[in-house]
Design a binder for this molecule. Sequence first.
Ligand SMILES: NC(=O)c1ccc[n+]([C@@H]2O[C@H](COP(=O)([O-])OP(=O)(O)OC[C@H]3O[C@@H](n4cnc5c(N)ncnc54)[C@H](O)[C@@H]3O)[C@@H](O)[C@H]2O)c1
Length: 335
Amino acid sequence: MSILVTGAAGFIGFHLSSRLLAKGYHVIGVDNLNNYYDVRLKKDRLTQLKQHNNFTFYQFDLGDYDELKDLFKMEKINIVINLAAQAGVRYSLQHPHTYIHSNLVGFLNILEACRHHPVDHLLFASSSSVYGANTSVPFSTKDSVDHPVSLYAATKKSNELMAHTYSHLFNIPITGLRFFTVYGPWGRPDMAYYTFTRDILEGRTIKVFNNGDMRRDFTYIDDIVEGIIGLLDQPPAINAGWNPSDPDPSTSKAPYKIYNIGNNNPVSLINFIRTLENIIGKQANIQLYPMQLGDVKETYADITDLYEAIGFKPKTSIEEGLTKFVTWYKRYYRW
Ligand SMILES: NC(=O)c1ccc[n+]([C@@H]2O[C@H](COP(=O)([O-])OP(=O)(O)OC[C@H]3O[C@@H](n4cnc5c(N)ncnc54)[C@H](O)[C@@H]3O)[C@@H](O)[C@H]2O)c1
């Protein structure tokens, strides 16, 4: 069984690939190793993956359709997990074109490749950010998500629409996963838990937006990986009971399904910082700022669907997850 993981040198792609390799799958990793954040971290993740002889890596950009076509001709691919994307909400205000290139053109190329080389299952990363201006919590996949508040979110919502179209037209079984603030060792240096840890350790001031009045459904990486793996052999079936006059947005007459994959237990930013301070053993110097453009106040996942499908139940508390992150951070940066 061969699984293509795009964004394999990224945070989630690395952890997912590691687990798949340990389970004996042949993992084909693709990544362009762009410099959105420290490339050394991406290369170090890859070094770990390359220790497995069931791992094959290709460095290219998903925007290059010829490269992707060649890959699908060369390798027999059973499952595709598309994680490659330009991530980050705030960066999308300054670098919009990167998002269109990687998230829309890149994803279209993945869909086209799966159209011409049928796969058993295509899974792709969406995001909790699609809930945008919604305030009714917990966020449910049954809610309408037509009010994104960042271009990043708009590209993720677009991915869901493009996926549904290809699923409908070409009968491709596609699952979209709305990830909720994923954190853990080997994480993303642009995310708050990472910069807070660095700044507290180095005695620098941390920037806290919306005066700390924010809540995030922080989800530990191992729980995310568990959820993705549980879904691999559960390609969505056509929902015969789907009612076009009262359409459930998360399912369809096409083999298409959208899930939330989150912790179902939001934590306030201030409690999050207090937990981090306790683990590090040092107080943070906090500077309060107003809400940032593109940000949302709260995220909170309703995970009923995923529980019903695969018994998904996140196991890692914020204390345990952050302790693992800080331990890794100190070792990696030799603190
Ligand atoms: N980490 C989170 O909290 C979170 C939350 C919601 C959604 N997501 C989504 O999950 C996916 C994985 O996120 P992550 O946190 O691992 O991010 P990441 O930035 O660590 O990983 C993405 C990887 O994709 C690669 N990449 C980007 N554009 C590419 C392109 N055009 N061609 C080839 N490779 C490309 C990057 O080099 C990177 O290694 C992304 O789609 C992201 O939008 C993540």
